[in-house]
Design a protein around this ligand. Structure first.
Ligand SMILES: Nc1ncnc2c1ncn2[C@@H]1O[C@H](COP(=O)(O)OP(=O)(O)OP(=O)(O)O)[C@@H](O)[C@H]1O
Length: 759
């Protein structure tokens, strides 16, 4: 009885949906905004009560065939949206539309391609999620129709976040969908992907499905969305996006959104937009960043950044702070060090190498509590965490656009927020760019209060001594930082040659490193003419000079590599550095076991080979190559590490003292190790001997049992060299018995010895 009833209900609801869809289509068609039109400014009479009445009127009029011009509406319930969507929006607390939503939704709802730009945190996600759901609803999309919409996002986390919005807005609809992210195994995804209507994923994951999933079909696709479109269309995703575009139908609606929209016609031509609506709601605004955001910059020397960050955190223990650093290594190092130093506020770290679930958990925790979250740029875009008080950019962003995205993690949707950026004196050009009129970033420059600056270099060094694995991480943080500067495209801002060798040395010591790690982003080229030797004092050279070339294979990926540091922090096999160099071998210079600080010291003092003169490309033009007493060129950074005075942050004496202590400890450990090693050698030797004896005994037993001829027996024995123990005498049995006794005695002796050793 139930079935027919259920079928009847379903039929009824389909009929209701059909009626609503007809009404919506007619309404959309009748009230279409003209191409290029923007909504008028919201009228004054838009009190909540008025608005509700107006919304009811609008819907009633539409039902009566009197369609309003929805292009001017200010509330979601004034738009031609399905009841299911309106209910979900209301339940989620979305009533009034934001500017980008007011401007984009009317165009997107009537099927136009949209290129939308609006400030960070201004509600762009709803501006594309609502049209997606409504389009599929009006198309009566069902599970059997397969993939109807793809939303591309640059990162898994953002994909997850967008999917949550889709779920929220589409909760009364019957669409299937999901965020196709690393969380689920690709095999599980393959099984269900064809039955999903809305896919939210990164370009890479989608391409993987095009490559590997049998019958993966997007030929029915209705709508393609690119969130953070400028990033999705940039060269890093180019090949993947090209593959995707070749696999989906050209006849579709396309929506592109970002806070920093692409203006490249080439990019837009690639996605084949048809008469797109260019909607940039804040184009005329005086700022490119949220109005409620207070922004300031500080010029901080490289070696003071850690002190400055620490001091800042200590003064804001009741705030929620998001800290951006340039690489995974930096994030891990600063997080681990600060955790050991205990600033008095919970610390968290997040980067692209973490499992998706872990990232989600951290985001959730960070959303809930006041804490400090250290992050790479992987979360600079799109991440929507409520109530972030401060965004602190410790390392310079790669571009003004990235600056805008980073600071956009605070002051979201009418909330207030503050941001602070540390810029090295060598990066002041970035400050000029931020302050340029066209950037529209109201940023003020503040002088650091030196008296409030806590110097933590000594404490960091002490932590490194206590946790030698962190020293490894510190070294890699140092190298990846320099690599990140070196690899940045904007050479007006990022130019390693502007940094002096002294500042590198001081930076290394601020990270607690006893010696500046050597850096080789370079390879050698022999027989270079004098004119190419601009930055080298040729007269100083005693040997045929070589010039340094930048290695062509050093690329951006190496920055992202960032290797399995967990192995460094929590080594599975102590004293093994097999996993210490994760592809950085050719960059991280010395191939010595880096867990041994005294060796690092040795290395710094070690004369460089005469013929392989290493010229550091970062040395400012005209700086001389230094030589030791024996005429060997000294690595400038190594020599500097020895030269820095006590007034500098380096605190050499203390560090040396610590290293002396460490050396003593290590020597003691060494003694123990040696004894251990000797013991194990003895054991092994003894075991071997016993094994041999046992084998011989067995063989002898076999010979004595042998029923073969005497001559055979003799031959057999002689070939195996047993004569020593078993004479070819009549007394074989007795001999064997003696041999057996001897063996037993020896075994007993061996056991005794072993027992003693273990005692
Ligand atoms: N109409 C609305 N009313 C109330 N809150 C809204 C509205 N639209 C969006 N929001 C809220 O504003 C916040 C920011 O929205 P969203 O993440 O879509 O911003 P965005 O413009 O995509 O930012 P970004 O450029 O940083 O990705 C979210 O928490 C969202 O729930």
């Amino acid at each position: 009885m139930r079935r027919p009833q259920r079928r009847a209900v379903a039929k009824q609801s389909r009929a209701k949906d059909g009626d609503e869809i007809r009404l919506l289509e007619a309404w959309i068609d009748a009230g279409k905004p003209l191409p290029g039109t923007k909504p008028p400014p919201p009228s004054e009479e838009s009190s909540a009560a008025n608005a509700r009445v107006r919304a009811r009127d609008v819907v009633a009029k539409a039902a009566a065939g009197d369609y309003s011009d929805y292009g001017a509406s200010t509330r979601f319930d004034e738009l031609p949206l399905s009841k299911k969507t309106k209910d979900a929006l209301r339940k989620a607390g979305y009533k009034e539309m934001s500017e980008i939503q007011r401007a984009a939704l009317p165009h997107a709802l009537c099927g136009h391609d949209v290129l939308g730009a609006a400030k960070t945190g201004s509600g762009k996600t709803l501006a594309f999620v609502i049209p997606v759901i409504e389009k599929l609803y009006r198309e009566k999309w069902s599970q059997e129709d397969g993939v109807g919409c793809i939303i591309l996002s640059p990162t898994n986390d953002l994909a997850g976040q967008i999917w949550e919005v889709v779920r929220k807005v589409g909760k009364h609809h019957n669409f299937s969908g999901g965020a196709i992210v690393k969380r689920t195994g690709i095999e599980q995804e393959k099984e269900r992907i064809n039955s999903l209507n809305i896919l939210v994923c990164t370009p890479g994951r989608l391409v993987q499905h095009f490559d590997e999933t049998p019958n993966f079909d997007c030929s029915n696709l209705q709508i393609l969305v690119l969130d953070e479109a400028d990033q999705i269309l940039d060269k890093n995703f180019k090949s993947q996006v090209d593959i995707i575009l070749s696999q989906i139908p050209k006849a579709r609606q396309t929506l592109l959104f970002s806070a920093t929209q692409t203006k490249s016609v080439k990019d837009l031509a690639r996605v084949s937009l048809k008469n797109p609506e260019y909607i940039s709601v804040h184009e005329q605004a005086s700022t490119a960043t949220p109005d409620n955001l207070e922004q300031c910059a500080m010029i901080v020397p490289l070696e003071q950044k850690l002190n400055m960050l620490w001091s800042f955190i200590k003064r804001h223990l009741k705030s929620k702070i998001l800290v951006f650093l340039s690489s995974v290594k930096q994030v891990k190092f600063v997080y681990e060090i600060f955790k050991k130093l205990r600033p008095g506020i919970p610390l968290k770290c997040m980067h692209g190498r973490m499992k998706y679930e872990v990232q989600q958990a951290i985001v959730a925790e960070f959303s809930e509590s006041t804490s400090v979250l250290f992050s790479t740029d992987i979360f600079a875009r799109g991440l929507d965490i409520g109530n972030v008080d401060w965004v602190v950019q410790v390392d310079c962003p790669e571009s003004v656009a990235m600056y805008i995205h980073r600071v956009g993690r605070t002051a979201r949707y009418n909330k207030k927020g503050k941001s602070l950026i540390f810029l090295c004196p060598e990066e002041e050009r970035m400050l000029e760019k931020l302050k340029a009129t066209e950037s529209k970033i109201p940023i003020s420059v503040r002088k650091p209060k030196v008296e409030q600056l806590e110097q933590i270099s000594q404490n960091v060094a002490a932590v490194l001594v206590k946790f030698p694995n962190l020293q490894q991480l510190g070294k890699r943080a140092f190298v990846t930082y320099l690599k990140s500067v070196y690899l940045q495209g904007d050479k007006e801002v990022f130019d390693l040659s502007r940094f002096s060798a002294e500042s590198f040395a001081a930076y290394a010591s601020s990270l607690g490193l006893p010696v500046t790690p050597k850096i080789r982003f370079v390879s050698h080229k022999k027989n270079v003419s004098k004119k190419d030797m601009k930055d080298i004092d040729v007269k100083q050279m005693k040997h045929k000079a070589e010039v340094i070339e930048i290695k062509p294979q050093v690329n951006r990926d190496m920055l992202a590599d960032d290797g399995p540091d967990d192995d460094i922090l929590y080594p599975k096999k102590p004293n093994t550095d097999a996993n210490i160099y994760d592809g950085l071998d050719d960059i991280l210079s010395p191939k010595v076991p880096d867990t041994e600080p005294e060796k690092i010291k040795e290395l710094a003092a070690r004369p460089l080979k005469k013929k392989k003169l290493k010229i550091n490309m970062h040395r400012p033009v005209g700086t001389r190559v230094k030589y030791d007493d024996e005429g060997n060129a000294i690595d400038p950074l190594a020599s500097l590490a020895e030269e820095v005075g006590p007034e500098d942050v380096i605190h050499k004496d203390k560090i040396l003292q610590r290293y002396a202590e460490m050396l003593r400890e290590m020597q003691e450990d060494d003694k123990e190790d040696k004894a251990q090693h000797k013991k194990s050698l003895h054991e092994k030797k003894f075991e071997k001997k016993m094994k041999l004896k046992r084998r011989r005994q067995e063989e002898t037993d076999a010979v004595s049992d042998d029923s073969g001829s005497e001559s055979d027996r003799n031959q057999n024995m002689s070939s195996k060299g047993k004569k020593k123990y078993f004479n070819n005498s009549d007394d074989d049995e007795g001999g064997a018995a003696k041999g057996g006794d001897l063996l037993a005695q020896q075994e007993a002796l061996a056991l005794k010895l072993l027992g003693k050793m273990h005692d």
